[in-house]
Design a protein around this ligand. Structure first.
Ligand code: AMP
Ligand code: MG
Length: 491
């Protein structure tokens, strides 16, 4: 048998549309091979959905693909250019430690980006080494897969491979590459880049590309660029609503970390909130709380305003007219967000129809949670199953009063108690990736090379609305400590 006929079919089916954009938007990139790529985790379910052949991909030869040692058939590696407002300051960025292999066409006819993250320097690395270490890449794997299971739009994680090479941060750490799967890596920052450094034609090429790829229903819209802004706004509202309802804090909502597709992207400093407090911040660098839990909806609007500014010259030749049009569109953000959030909150409370006082009912519960430092997730689970004897908030007279109002509210709708419980079960997760459990899994993985703790955690997180008995141990909040939990960017 010759070398060629022996070649294994891994199921790659690349069709690389991004590489057809004007060259300003990317730089073709050689892959940087690593010394000893070995799988730590491989997401077989996702691989199958992508049309990849898991049998063929399991072996060491395929770890080479996910470590950047072998270019899979049909891939055209490149790093994408983009800019962004980081904590309010505008900068040129780009893929400094990520390389897009290409776009895989799935058996369902979807187009998804396959990207290696932590795979070495690129044209946009600036002073960075382009690398990533095992802990943060496994963290992204756990968090993004948990988000997907929660029903929150997100980029996915296909694999994490150890590189066999060290990465130098404060200490020497083992290196890793994560394979990220995304609807695309188009960001608000990609448009800012085009508006700042591109010609009008280049900006238009990007906008048309985006519409074709993510919003084809807008191709014939009267003003398709304004329609694009409105559509992106709606997807962001849907996304941020889901974050708020689940208690997810993204942590670094810079404009380069807001995906035009409406997926959650960039799992650096993100974390889930335990005790309810709108000012919750985990990120070590977010000293002013810009990206605190309660600010996320406002930052969403701020970022969309940056997208709107970038689109102005396409929306109308007359700048004043363009500004008026985008202001009218973005003017709907607050009301749409409020409705979207309230719809979700009604479901969490088992409410099927709409009443004027529902907002007040929901807000009163949250303010009691805050006052009595109640666990956000577990309070909703306790309400779902009527397990209200657990102490803390649930034992207070204020809560008893609220409970009466809520029960009266449920009595005013026609649905049975079973139907209410069903709705609440599917709206209130039993488990979220709690910080102390994620840290425990990462500690075992990084310090002992023991991946079993992580695998068990991933298992519990895979079906958060199942409310299975084995999931109960993952529902326990952390022991209170004087040292707040801290997360880090770009580690
Ligand atoms: P992030 O915090 O992941 O959104 O990254 C912000 C910017 O810094 C992006 O342009 C990244 O590609 C870049 N970056 C982050 N870490 C590194 C690194 N280790 N080496 C090079 N560039 C990096
Ligand atoms: Mg980023």
């Amino acid at each position: 048998m010759t070398e060629n006929t022996k070649k294994i079919n891994e199921g790659w089916n690349f069709n690389n549309s991004y590489a057809q954009l004007p060259e300003k938007f990317y730089t073709k990139q050689e892959l940087n091979p690593v010394s000893n790529p070995e799988f730590i985790v491989f997401n077989e379910r996702l691989a199958e959905e992508l049309g990849l052949h898991t049998e063929a991909l399991r072996g060491a030869e395929s770890a080479a693909v996910f470590g950047g040692n072998r270019v899979p058939e049909g891939a055209e590696p490149l790093a994408q250019a983009y800019a962004g407002h980081q904590f309010g300051h505008f900068t040129m960025l780009g893929d400094g430690r990520a390389i897009l292999l290409g776009e895989q066409m799935t058996p369902q006819g979807e187009r998804v980006d396959i990207q290696l993250k932590g795979s070495g320097r690129t044209a946009y690395s600036r002073r960075g080494d382009g690398l990533a270490s095992v802990g943060p890449m496994l963290r992204e794997y756990i968090m993004s897969e948990a988000m997907h299971a929660l029903g929150i739009p997100t980029t996915r994680s296909l694999a994490v491979v150890a590189t066999g090479e060290p990465v130098y941060r404060e200490t020497e750490l083992p290196g890793a590459v994560l394979t990220r799967v995304a609807a695309s890596h188009l960001r608000v920052g990609t448009f800012q880049f085009a508006a700042q450094w591109g010609t009008l034609e280049e900006l238009q090429a990007l906008a048309d590309y985006t519409i074709n790829r993510h919003y084809p229903e807008l191709i014939d819209a009267e003003n398709r660029y304004l329609a694009l802004l409105e559509a992106v706004m709606k997807r962001q509202i849907r996304l941020i609503t889901k974050w708020q309802l689940a208690g997810f804090i993204h942590g670094v909502m810079n404009t380069d970390n807001m995906a035009i597709s409406g997926e959650t992207i960039d799992y650096g400093p993100c974390a889930f909130m335990d005790t309810y407090d709108p000012m919750t911040v985990f990120s070590s660098i977010d000293r002013e709380g810009r990206y605190a839990y309660g600010n996320q909806p406002y930052i969403g609007a701020w970022n969309l305003t940056r997208l709107a500014e970038s689109l102005l010259p396409l929306i109308d030749e007359n700048e004043q007219q363009a500004i008026k049009l985008v202001e009218d569109t973005l003017g709907h953000y607050s009301a749409l967000y409020r409705d979207s959030w309230l719809d979700g909150m009604r479901a969490k409370l088992g409410i099927f129809n709409e009443e004027e006082q529902d907002m007040a009912l929901a807000e009163e519960l949250l303010s009691l949670m805050q006052k009595h430092q109640a666990d956000y997730t577990n309070t909703f689970v306790a309400l779902t199953f009527g397990k209200l004897e657990q102490g803390g908030l649930l034992c207070t007279s204020e809560f008893a009063k609220w409970l009466e109002q809520w029960q009266a509210r449920l009595d005013r709708q026609s649905q049975s108690r079973e139907e209410v419980e069903q709705l609440m079960r599917s709206s209130n997760p039993a488990v979220i990736p709690r910080n102390h459990r994620v840290e425990e899994a990462l500690d075992a993985a990084v310090k002992q090379g023991d991946y079993s703790v992580m695998e068990k955690l991933l298992d519990a997180l895979a079906d958060p609305y199942a409310h299975r008995l084995e999931q109960a141990e993952y529902a326990t909040p952390p022991v209170r400590s004087d040292r707040p939990y801290r997360t880090f960017c770009g580690t």
